[in-house]
Design a protein around this ligand. Structure first.
Ligand SMILES: [Cu+2]
Length: 291
């Protein structure tokens, strides 16, 4: 049967069936799976002291966006159906312009929406960026092409780990050769993020936080790991040829295991003296009156 012989009702029935199956597919993808309840974010709500707040902001923003989307789609559909061209109609429908109340409405409503999004984003950002007063554990992380140095300062004891360029070749077992960052569970940690050469970005996806590492300045992340386990860490800023290999492991361990691990590391810190431009920090500090 050729398509032009199809009756209107049959065509409509086909469309309804197609729409229904798309909807069923979308709904089945949403149900049952645990990650969906968190908007497919990695990790868990309680991975760190900040992940619950970040998750709520993310999921609630999606809910707000969906509500706006549903209203918009409904209005569009209504316009298309209510004002469609009827049989025998020619030319344009009656044109309407300059409806002042309508224009005021669609200026104010988006402003309110942006304001609400701004308010909640600002609240969460301020809350998670609140520095710890006198933290027991400070880790000075130095990004470099293409590895990581971790300088631990735990209760005044200084130890360091010097990262070596990973050599990923697609073979199993290379993961073990990546630098590993150890963190004690339930201990507030201040990360001081520095770069030795170009801009890098410190990212532990499961922690839902990422921050640039800029040569000559120190950025910070403040969090408390709350869940034991292994996590992936990455550089999230394109930083040259082997950027994709600038990976690290994260092990969140008990306090005892962390203390034991620290004892295996050499004493001291790997500071600015190993930067590509060792004077950059002083120069920037000097010209900008840093801190
Ligand atoms: Cu990098």
């Amino acid at each position: 049967m050729s398509s032009h012989k199809r009756t209107g009702s049959r065509g409509r029935a086909l469309k309804v069936t197609a729409l229904a199956s798309v909807a069923a597919l979308a709904l089945s993808a949403c149900s049952g799976e645990n990650p969906a309840s968190r908007g497919w974010l990695p990790g868990n709500r309680d991975t760190t002291s900040n992940t619950a707040e970040i998750t709520d902001l993310w999921v609630n923003s999606w809910i707000a966006a969906l509500i706006v989307g549903l209203i918009t789609w409904a209005l569009m559909l209504w316009c298309m159906i209510a004002y469609r061209r009827r049989k025998g109609e020619t030319g344009y429908p009656r044109q309407i312009a300059y409806n002042v109340p309508l224009e005021i409405m669609y200026t104010i409503v988006p402003l309110v929406m942006v304001g609400v999004l701004f308010f909640y984003t600002n609240e969460v950002q301020r809350s998670i960026d609140e520095p710890y007063e006198d933290p027991n554990l400070v880790i000075d992380v130095r990004g470099k092409q293409w590895a990581w140095d971790f300088n631990y300062n735990y209760e005044g004891e200084e130890r360091y780990f010097a990262g070596v360029q990973a050599e990923l070749d697609g073979e199993e077992g290379v993961r073990e050769t990546l630098p590993t960052l150890y963190l004690p569970v339930d201990e507030p940690v201040t990360f001081e993020l520095n770069a030795r050469d170009v801009i890098h970005s410190f990212w532990i996806p499961a922690f839902l936080q990422k921050r640039d590492m800029v040569p000559g300045r120190t950025n910070e992340i403040h969090l408390t790991p709350q869940e034991l386990g292994s996590f992936d860490g990455k550089c999230a800023e394109l930083c040259g040829e082997y950027h994709s290999e600038m990976l690290f492991n994260v092990e969140v361990v008990t306090d005892e295991e962390f203390r034991d691990y620290l004892q295996t590391l050499p004493e001291g810190q790997l500071g600015d003296e190993y930067d590509r431009n060792p004077n950059l920090h002083e120069n920037v500090a000097g010209t900008e009156g840093d801190d």
